[in-house]
Design a protein around this ligand. Structure first.
Ligand SMILES: *[C@@H]1O[C@H](CO)[C@@H](O)[C@H](O)[C@H]1NC(C)=O
Ligand SMILES: *[C@@H]1O[C@H](CO)[C@@H](O)[C@H](O)[C@H]1NC(C)=O
Ligand SMILES: *[C@@H]1O[C@H](CO)[C@@H](O)[C@H](O)[C@H]1NC(C)=O
Ligand SMILES: *[C@@H]1O[C@H](CO)[C@@H](O)[C@H](O)[C@H]1NC(C)=O
Ligand SMILES: *[C@@H]1O[C@H](CO)[C@@H](O)[C@H](O)[C@H]1NC(C)=O
Length: 752
């Protein structure tokens, strides 16, 4: 025994010596980060979130990414977890299932459902059809393989990058309030919560952002940051058709660019000395190139930001977002301009007239930017001032639950049950971020005879269900609908990840503000009172919303009484939240005590990929007017009076193009702004940039002829010089013909 200990000590000494001599980095954890393009089809695919049949993608504002961090214990590398943040509406059970299959074939059992979290930021501006339960792909005409594949692929690739990047390093945690980036959109429901409970909090939303800063142990350079903060991805409206990460995607773009520019603050070889007159003369002489063939990876070489696995990764993750709107000016009637009805969010009974206003109202792009900046700026503050280092164990617990009939013990030992999934009329009413249709209002607890008949054609709710869901009136008994396959999930995962004093609660839905607070507090108490000193008041708990799968909303029991949108979308009845708290407490107890989790085998979620309807047609072929080539100019840049564009102007060009669904140009770009430096054109903005828009539409002459607009809003940091716009695309002559790639540029113009 003694000798063994001495031996260990000498090993330890050797190790210390080795670190000292080689200067080998050390840190508390092994850390790896990764990021990969997950932008789905930029044309003709219904967007996920608003359930608006008319909201089909028609271009890209900026690209969507999957961003991952992996942490591992250097002394026990099986002790690890991976957290993936997706620029998507939400996680999807089927995506999770397929990612796990791919990870299993790469890494065996290193990554599994227990230690993998996939979380959605809740943008409502991404292509839909990647969820497997029927209710979530009605408006996308069923499952859309082309939306699904890039998600699975990007998650896998970002995990592979993070895995390959694993190196010793340190993690710092910080938190602080984000001001004016979220308001409660159901304040009347919040008021149903007990007064003494409400009195414990300064606001009816959680303002806190929690940030992790990852620092490489060898170079002592920051390699990334992940933050959690609750606000809806609904700065972009239900009428938007451009793919966008909404305010959180924007925050990530701004934050990563901030870091990169502060790192390499050198390269601005601006031709400041040339007079603008000379530049204009030069620009006039440079004409549009006309369409030219190129190959499948050309657009990648025009990317402004390199995505080779070594890039800094900044991610903005979602939290208890249920009742939090980014439309912080409040909701007003579009006819009268007055505030909407408080309890029903309607204007003389009509919900479609009651619309929330973002801070850039009526400009939703500006609102997205402002709410993005408020999060990004706070993250910069927290990042710069993060000094508290995380230390301690990496751990995780996970289990599946059958929410259709969980037994929940309430005070005094009496038992209640959750119900099969159902939504009420308030669900169809929508919210002030995106109202619904058919005359329903939030707070409705009655359904008229006509709608009852319509409902019963689909499925008449069982009496058990109707009673169980009260006071919700069952509009759609989705948990009792299995034809042609399940309309709603029954089996849901819950998960706790531990990184020292940070606890992440992965929830498969949108907890309201108060529901989230109750869950966090319950888990914290369980951990502290059972952890034998491992956990204390310093233990920091965050909720990772919309993680691993999706099951809509979770309101408190009291909020459920009012049946606004969030309550009407709380699928499993009035005791849904209590069931979560009870089951999370089980997981927390297991974690605190070091116990495993018993998991009934039958409770694993189904894989419906072979059953899902797929009614959206693939792109057929592309055609052109006589004498035109793909990439030819349809409408060149219109030069302004005075010859030069200024900050805020929008030079744009229209190209003869083809369906962007032919090739998503993953990690490539549909649009580029090039700047002339000497004799060379250098790409300076691409379709990952907030200032550059790629818009696509069918020409009105034929359903196979299309036009792409590249439009640039000259940002204030753009230097004076000669620029041009470039477009990339891909076309197909016939349905089964090979894909051909093309590019084309506008004529040159100047910015001064
Ligand atoms: C980088 O350069 C810009 C422009 O010159 C400046 O405003 C900014 O403060 C610099 N950032 C850092 C971190 O040095
Ligand atoms: C481009 O095409 C080649 C040959 O068909 C293929 O091997 C490669 O993976 C493709 N690259 C991209 C970026 O699609
Ligand atoms: C909203 O409803 C509550 C009760 O549910 C009622 O007390 C209150 O007066 C209503 N407020 C308005 C402005 O109608
Ligand atoms: C889930 O529970 C419901 C109701 O208790 C039951 O009908 C169903 O079979 C269960 N599903 C699974 C997969 O166990
Ligand atoms: C197509 O639209 C253009 C511009 O809006 C219009 O001038 C033209 O007449 C339209 N052509 C057809 C065939 O409708």
């Amino acid at each position: 025994m003694v000798s063994r200990k001495a031996n260990q000590n000498s090993h330890f000494l050797l190790l210390v010596l080795a670190f000292a001599i080689l200067g080998v980095a050390h840190g508390e954890y092994l850390i790896g980060l990764g990021s990969y393009d997950m932008t789905g089809p930029a044309a003709q695919v219904n967007m996920m979130g608003y359930a608006n049949m008319d909201q089909n993608s028609a271009g890209v504002h900026f690209r969507l990414r999957a961003r991952t961090f992996i942490v591992a214990d250097p002394s026990d590398q099986r002790s690890r977890f991976a957290f993936v943040n997706l620029d998507a509406g939400m996680a999807s059970q089927l995506v999770t299932i397929k990612v796990l299959e791919r990870l299993r074939s790469r890494y065996g059992t290193l990554y599994k459902e227990e230690n993998l979290a996939i979380s959605g930021i809740h943008t409502h501006a991404g292509p839909g059809g990647y969820l497997q339960y029927l209710l979530y792909h009605v408006t996308s005409l069923g499952f859309v393989q082309q939306s699904f594949d890039p998600l699975v692929n990007a998650i896998e690739q970002s995990i592979v990058q993070a895995h390959q990047n694993l190196k010793p390093g340190s993690i710092f945690i910080n938190s602080g309030d984000v001001e004016n980036a979220g308001i409660n959109r159901s304040p009347s429901a919040y008021l149903f919560n007990p007064a003494e409970e409400r009195a414990r909090y300064p606001a009816n939303v959680d303002k806190e952002m929690t940030l992790l800063k990852f620092v490489d142990g060898a170079s002592v350079k920051s390699i990334g940051a992940f933050s959690w903060y609750a606000t809806h991805g609904t700065s972009m409206s239900r009428d938007n058709k451009l793919i966008s990460g909404d305010n959180k995607g924007a925050a990530a773009r701004f934050f990563e660019d901030w870091f990169t520019s502060s790192e390499s603050n050198s390269s601005s070889s601006v031709p400041t000395r040339s007079s603008i007159g000379k530049l204009i003369k030069k620009a006039i002489s440079i004409k549009a190139t006309g369409g030219k063939p190129c190959d499948n990876s050309t657009s990648r070489s025009f990317k402004v930001r390199k995505s080779d696995g070594s890039q800094f990764v900044g991610a903005f993750c979602q939290s208890n977002v249920g009742d939090v709107s980014p439309n912080v000016l409040g909701a007003f009637c579009t006819d009268s301009g007055k505030p909407c009805d408080f309890n029903h969010s309607s204007c003389h009974g009509d919900v479609t007239l009651c619309i929330g206003r973002g801070p850039g109202y009526p400009d939703e792009i500006l609102s997205t930017k402002i709410i993005g900046e408020r999060q990004s700026n706070k993250a910069v503050d927290l990042f710069m001032s993060a000094t508290k280092e995380l230390t301690g164990k990496i751990d995780y617990r996970h289990m599946y639950l059958n929410f259709s009939g969980l037994v929940v013990e309430i005070n005094g030992g009496s038992k209640v049950r959750t119900c099969p999934a159902a939504v009420g009329p308030g669900f169809a009413a929508g919210t002030t971020d995106g109202p619904g249709m058919f005359g329903f209002q939030q707070g409705d607890t009655e359904i008229n005879e006509l709608w009852k008949r319509v409902r019963d054609l689909l499925k008449e709710p069982s009496q058990y269900q109707a009673d169980c869901q009260k006071p919700k009136a069952v509009l759609l008994s989705s948990g009792e609908m299995f034809e042609p396959y399940a309309w709603a999930p029954a089996i849901l995962p819950i998960q706790i990840l531990r990184l020292g004093k940070l606890i992440i609660l992965s929830v498969p839905g949108e907890f309201t503000t108060m529901a989230g607070r109750r869950l966090r507090e319950a888990v914290k108490e369980t951990l502290i009172s059972n952890g034998g000193g491992e956990f204390d008041a310093e233990t920091h708990i965050v909720i990772a919303g919309l993680t691993n799968t999706y099951s809509q909303y979770i309101a408190t029991f009291e909020e459920y009484e009012q049946q606004r949108y969030e309550a009407a979308s709380t699928l499993y009845g009035p005791h849904t939240l209590l069931a979560y708290i009870q089951q999370f407490n089980h997981l927390a107890l297991a974690m605190a005590k070091g116990w495993g989790v018993l998991q009934p085998i039958s409770w694993s979620p189904p894989d419906l990929s072979s059953k899902v309807l797929r009614l959206l047609a693939d792109p057929f072929r592309d055609s052109l007017p006589k004498g035109k080539k793909f990439g030819d100019i349809n409408q060149d840049v219109r030069k302004p009076e005075g010859g030069s564009f200024k900050t805020g102007d929008r030079p744009s060009a229209v190209f003869w193009s083809a369906n962007p669904r032919n090739d998503l140009l993953t990690e490539g770009t549909f649009a580029v702004v090039e700047m002339l430096r000497g004799q060379q054109w250098i790409p300076v903005y691409d379709d990952d940039d907030f200032s550059l828009y790629f818009k696509w539409k069918l020409d009105n002459s034929s359903s196979y002829t299309s036009l792409a607009t590249v439009e640039w809003e000259v940002p204030k940091e753009a230097s004076s010089g000669v620029y041009r716009l470039r477009h990339f695309g891909s076309s197909k002559k016939e349905q089964d013909a090979p894909i051909e790639y093309f590019t084309g540029t506008s004529s040159a113009f100047t910015v001064s």
